[in-house]
Ligand binder design. Structure first.
Ligand code: ATP
Ligand code: ZN
Length: 703
């Protein structure tokens, strides 16, 4: 008989990834198999019965049907719900089903044959038995686990509401430190009790160990696995198998975990749902948050989205129709911090006033205004910590020549190379091109090369001058390159070995710094005037999150402060921030978005193209646009003219992009559904005009 088998074909193959194969019996859909494909043998998934009716002399009959080589039936088939999710994701994000479904399997699994799989499963059985034994051992007796905290009034109210609600997406809007995690734990307990599996997504791998520890401590008898890209392939396979076989009760992971097969799924939690890292930025550019909502609906399971600063999309979805929202999610609020701690006071340093008072040099040559330095010195004297945020690593973003004006541009990108003082290199953060800093200007020979602007390295150095005696630490992508270095640096902060921590946004998320009573953002203004319409939203979230690091100790909360240095002290974003008023900020932003017809009031897709020349990239986009314009499907879609990408050239490749916008998701998708052949055709130029790569990004986060 014939079976349809899903395989992962090369990207631009014109073949349907669902191929017919011969099989001696009707293996159920979702069964893993190995099939011959060309001269290789690859992993495939049985997707359903084959085309028995296909006439022997019809299309494709020229190729004799081949037989399924091996059936990996030691593994239970991937369930219907999982297959639906993969199919939806492929359709929605416009990728091939084979790529999405097979790409969602652990890479190691795709390589195994039936014998290896059987061996692997035996080993996995043993590991699972050991884990179960360890969980049941007296030292892990739930009776000796820490006593549960009594829920706060707000938590009680939220839990009661959740219990009374039909399953569906719920936005848990809770201030930083309001005890959202405790709500997740209680909801998880309820679901585990009823025999369900719980999926918890976090934005970053760095945050998984903390959360894992909390869940493990709360559910000592339960099997918990994590799924993220930091695992070895063997660990990833082991965790995936535990999820799929229904042995794992809790699955904790980053965005990739949204594709974990969970036969008893009972709850999905998305922590910090606003975080941009839920969106995959290559290949199938899916949003794990959006897929979670879809998966919850599809499987009739509640989805809990938590944040102190929800994405405007989620906020809009949770706003009742009567208030102009979409009314798709329920919303539950927890405005108060646990222990009644106050939220940190927000203080803006008006740089214009500082310049008038202390002179312009005080503003341009010093990273921190005098009142901020005083406030940090006070912390130092009291033995408290400060965090200074600057979203730019390196010593200075550009090095320049004082006599001829030469700047450290990258030979391969339309970008500056960043001056890194620690190893005296000029490094391009886009293509990686790196060279020793020249002794003299490459253009005129003058040895006086000067840094322009400031990155974290320089900030660290300048703070050391401003606060003599302070122990200063720095955490950014450069200091945490080696495995384990982030952990050890964070431990130093926790152990009080550091007085001032300088860092990029990677330190602003999730960490619980007990002695930190001051957070300062030294260059926040750029986001106010960015061409990226989401920049203010991200800035607000970053500052609230960072502020959430301060004063988590209720005792210290009273003197916790967020400091902002700005030239625009009266800006409404800062005004809302001073009041910790996310709803007001969101309302203002939504009003702007609505009048400009931008998301969440419009739906977008971005077509990116890469070619040897900008002209070729744009010609491709123009050709696609011209071929599409008179389609009925294009009537409700605005197709913008192609433009160079924000960073036009990276690693000698020119990049351009074209935006599509529609007022309804359906209208946009009707067009996209017909688009692929047009794209493939337009891309098939030759020579200079050949497109190197193109990619479609549905619901892009940055444009
Ligand atoms: N009901 C409670 N009683 C006592 N302590 C609690 C309670 N709920 C939470 N906590 C504690 O309060 C602190 C903050 O709670 P939690 O981490 O759950 O907040 P959160 O809203 O998830 O914070 P954030 O979003 O800032 O990470 C934690 O140390 C937690 O253990
Ligand atoms: Zn470069």
């Amino acid at each position: 008989m014939r079976l349809k088998v899903l395989v992962d074909l090369p990207r631009h193959s014109r073949l349907d990834p669902l191929l017919d194969y011969l099989a001696p019996e009707a293996w159920p859909a979702g069964t893993l198999v190995r099939v011959p494909l060309g001269r290789r043998e690859v992993c495939g998934i049985v997707w359903g019965p084959g085309d028995e009716a296909a006439s022997p002399d019809g299309e494709g009959a020229a190729v004799a049907l081949r037989e399924i080589a091996q059936v990996l039936d030691a593994l239970p088939p991937l369930g219907e719900a999982w297959r639906r999710l993969a199919a939806f994701a492929a359709g929605y994000y416009q990728r091939s089903l084979g790529e999405v479904a097979l790409g969602a399997l652990p890479p190691d699994l795709r390589e195994l044959d039936a014998t290896q799989l059987a061996r692997r499963l035996r080993r996995s059985d043993k590991l699972d038995r050991d884990a179960a034994k360890a969980a049941a051992s007296p030292s892990a007796d739930p009776a000796v686990a820490a006593p549960l905290p009594e829920p706060s009034a707000e938590q009680r109210e939220v839990l009661a509401q959740l219990a009374a609600m039909p399953p569906g997406p719920v936005l848990l809007f809770g201030a930083t430190g309001s005890g959202k995690t405790e709500v997740y734990l209680r909801e998880a307990a309820r679901v585990l009790e009823a025999g369900g599996q719980v999926l918890v997504l976090v934005p970053e791998i760095n945050l998984t160990p903390q959360l894992e520890a909390r869940f493990a401590a709360r559910f000592p008898g339960r099997r918990l696995v994590s799924l993220h890209s930091g695992l070895t392939p063997a660990q990833r396979l082991q965790g995936w198998l535990a999820a799929h076989l229904g042995r794992a009760d809790l699955v904790l992971g980053t965005r990739m975990a949204i594709f974990a097969p969970l036969p008893r799924l009972g709850l999905i939690v998305i922590d910090e749902e606003h975080d941009p890292s839920y969106k995959q930025q290559e290949g199938a550019r899916y949003s794990a948050r959006d897929l979670a909502v879809w998966r919850g609906r599809s499987e009739g399971v509640p989805v809990l989205l938590g944040s102190a600063t929800p994405s405007l999309e989620s906020w809009h979805n949770a706003l009742p129709a009567a208030e102009g929202g979409a009314g798709r999610y329920r919303r539950l609020d927890m405005p108060a911090r646990i222990g009644g701690g106050a939220l940190p006071r927000v203080r803006t340093v008006d740089l214009a006033r500082i310049a008038a008072q202390f002179g312009k040099r005080a503003v341009y040559s010093q990273p921190l205004a005098p009142p901020l330095v005083d406030a940090m010195r006070e912390r130092l004297e009291r033995g408290e910590q400060s965090l200074v945020l600057l979203n730019r690593r390196g010593y200075a973003p550009v090095l320049h020549c004082t006599s001829c004006g030469w700047k450290s541009d990258c030979a391969h990108c339309s970008a500056w190379r960043v001056f890194h003082r620690s190893d005296r290199t000029l490094r391009c953060h886009h293509c990686g091109f790196s060279e020793r800093v020249p002794f003299a200007c490459p253009s005129c020979g003058d040895p006086d090369l000067q840094p322009m602007g400031r990155g974290t390295e320089r900030l660290e150095e300048q703070i050391a001058e401003l606060l003599p005696g302070a122990r200063i630490g720095r955490i950014d992508a450069d200091t945490t390159r080696h495995k384990g270095s982030l952990e050890s640096q964070l431990a130093q902060v926790h152990d009080g070995e550091i007085d001032v921590l300088v860092g990029t946004q990677m330190v602003a998320k999730g960490h619980d710094f007990r002695r930190m009573t001051l957070v300062a953002a030294v260059q926040a203004d750029a986001a106010l005037f960015s061409s990226d319409f989401r920049a203010p939203e991200r800035l607000f979230a970053l500052l609230m999150q960072a502020g959430g690091r301060a004063g988590r100790d209720a005792e210290l909360a009273g003197r916790s402060e967020i400091w902002l240095q700005t030239w625009h002290a009266a800006h409404p974003l800062y005004a809302a921030l001073r009041r910790h008023d996310y709803p007001a900020f969101a309302a203002a932003q939504l009003l702007e978005r609505e009048s400009a017809a931008m998301p969440p009031y419009a739906f977008q897709a971005l077509l990116r193209a890469e070619a040897r020349s900008q002209q070729a990239a744009c010609a491709f986009l123009d050709a696609v646009s011209a071929a599409t314009l008179d389609w009925p499907e294009a009537a409700e879609v605005l197709i913008f003219p192609p433009v160079p990408a924000p960073i036009q050239r990276v690693a000698d490749v020119e990049r351009a992009q074209m935006l599509l916008e529609a007022s309804s998701r359906q209208a946009l998708h009707r067009l996209l559904a017909r688009w692929q052949p047009v794209l493939a055709e337009a891309a098939a130029g030759t020579g200079e005009a050949r497109i190197l790569r193109w990619a479609l990004d549905v619901d892009p986060l940055s444009i």
